[in-house]
Design a binder for this molecule. Structure first.
Ligand SMILES: [Zn+2]
Length: 487
């Protein structure tokens, strides 16, 4: 009898450590929300190294157990439209729950040096597209480098490219993709000299390389030619004839009063099998360089606004014609707020199920610091125009799926599931709020109790952990790089 019990114990022995497995971190007793599976229940989340290893109703043992009772546990937010890539902005993004912030709309001028600069120095995950605007400036022999993203208006922005210049642009974009760019960024409004044919050529290159085009469309407003509707038609047409996937940036500010029509165009394209997606930021004011081609003559007529719609951040100074002329002519870029949308239209756009949230983050606009908490505080809690799960889907799963064309690694992002990357936010749904405003655009959001990036605790009980840089590159998958095919 005794020997039998001993045998039984010996037999059970090897199984015992499974039940007693020790995770690196356990988030205990939080409300776990996963937009893909629809899970919305109290669970314990076990993290081992950089992955979510276990999601369970059973208690889990860990080297560190975080009491997450009362907190919502969601995938870390993915911002596919983040221009500011400096350390201070990375900190603001972390407090806003963003664990991945990518420069996709325009792209950086040099992908390899960008990835090198960020490596080991980034709080959150980072990545970029290949910049058409920068490739074009190189082809016009007026290259620029970070932090510039779009050239001041001039020959490289306003003149058509010769066939030789077009070939140089394509060469550069190809090598930038090989360096790890996640797609092609095209700020067409910032390069009005690009012909319709040039746009199609860039889309064709993207289709050949199997990557999406992220675009700020050519123009906005209602005046034809050059309306928002025409501009969206151009890129949807280019996607249709080339087969490229397309993401239209900030449909709120590119379409303004015609945003519902633009969204119906996106829906129509999708219904006919095209891979067209879009995003928006939840603010009424745009923000851009005053010396860019966006302010070429005719901008007031197109937008139906006057000089006083332009406002300087921080000071709140509204511009006059004299101030505008002086700043537009200055080669040093100044960022300016453009008040051109209504709150009603922004709310209509944000609620649309086709629209993912992206911040268009730049220093000086409150969206850089507050976009994601603003969605949770205002749209979910105050207005109840979005459910919490829909808001989380727009900020996690939808951008992750958009990135899957560029890298299969994105399938592990935007999900709160076993096997997913441990990019996690745990926030108090009653407290989470943005604090940044047009007059004070650098105020960090509040309410993110824990932010975990690649399994490393970045924000701990509401405090940023110093000296910890767990952010990693999100890059084009190796199989899509030419060096893999032609070693
Ligand atoms: Zn833009």
């Amino acid at each position: 009898m005794i020997s039998r019990l001993l045998l039984l114990l010996l037999w059970l022995g090897p199984a015992a450590p499974v039940g007693a497995q020790t995770y690196d971190i356990v988030l205990s007793g939080g409300r776990v929300m996963d937009p893909e599976s629809g899970l919305d229940a109290v669970r314990n989340v076990g993290i081992t190294a950089d992955r979510i290893a276990r999601i369970s109703t059973e208690p889990l043992a860990a080297r560190r157990v975080i009491d997450a009772r009362g907190l919502v546990i969601a995938p870390g937010f993915i911002d596919v439209h983040q221009h500011a890539q400096d350390a201070a902005s990375g900190r603001l993004k972390a407090f806003d729950g963003v664990t991945t912030a990518l420069e996709m709309e325009i792209g950086v001028p040099d992908v390899a040096s960008f990835l090198q600069r960020k490596k080991g120095h980034s709080l959150i995950n980072y990545g970029t597209t290949a910049s058409h605007a920068a490739a074009r400036s190189r082809a016009f022999d007026t290259p620029f480098s970070e932090p510039t993203l779009v050239a001041p208006s001039g020959a490289a922005t306003d003149q058509p490219a010769t066939p030789q210049q077009l070939a140089r642009i394509e060469d550069r974009l190809n090598s930038e993709l090989d360096a790890g760019a996640l797609g092609i960024g095209m700020g067409i409004q910032y390069t009005p000299g690009a012909s319709h044919l040039e746009v199609i050529r860039m889309f064709r290159l993207a289709a050949q390389r199997g990557v999406p085009v992220f675009t700020h469309v050519r123009s906005f407003g209602r005046i034809e030619p050059g309306s928002s509707i025409e501009a969206v038609s151009e890129v949807i047409g280019a996607a249709a004839v080339t087969g490229a996937s397309l993401q239209i940036a900030h449909i709120n500010s590119s379409c303004i009063a015609d945003a519902p029509e633009c969204l119906s165009m996106v829906a129509g394209a999708r219904a006919r099998g095209l891979d067209v997606t879009t995003e928006a930021y939840p603010y009424i004011a745009g923000f851009t360089n005053i010396n860019s081609a966006l302010f070429n003559p005719g901008w007031r007529e197109k937008l139906g606004v006057d000089y006083d719609a332009l406002q300087l951040p921080d000071t709140g100074e509204k511009l006059t014609k004299e101030r505008f002329d002086q700043m537009h002519a200055d080669p040093a870029p100044t960022e300016v707020l453009i008040f051109m949308n209504t709150q009603e239209m922004v709310e209509t756009v944000i609620a649309n199920p086709l629209v993912m949230i992206a911040s268009d983050g730049e220093d000086g606009h409150p969206r850089n610091a507050g976009t994601y908490s603003h969605i949770l505080a205002y749209y979910v809690r105050e207005r109840a125009s979005l459910t919490l799960m829909d808001a989380i889907r727009k900020m996690t799963l939808m951008p992750a799926v958009r990135l899957e064309k560029s890298t299969a690694a994105a399938r592990r992002k935007g999900r709160l599931q076993e096997g997913a990357d441990a990019d996690i936010v745990a926030f108090d749904p009653h407290v989470v709020s943005d604090r940044s405003t047009y007059q004070a655009p650098r105020e960090p959001s509040i309410g993110m109790r824990y932010v975990i990036v690649n399994g490393s605790v970045l924000i701990d009980a509401g405090q940023l952990v110093s000296g910890n840089f767990p952010g990693r590159a999100v890059e084009l998958e190796p199989g899509k790089r030419r060096s893999e095919h032609h070693p």
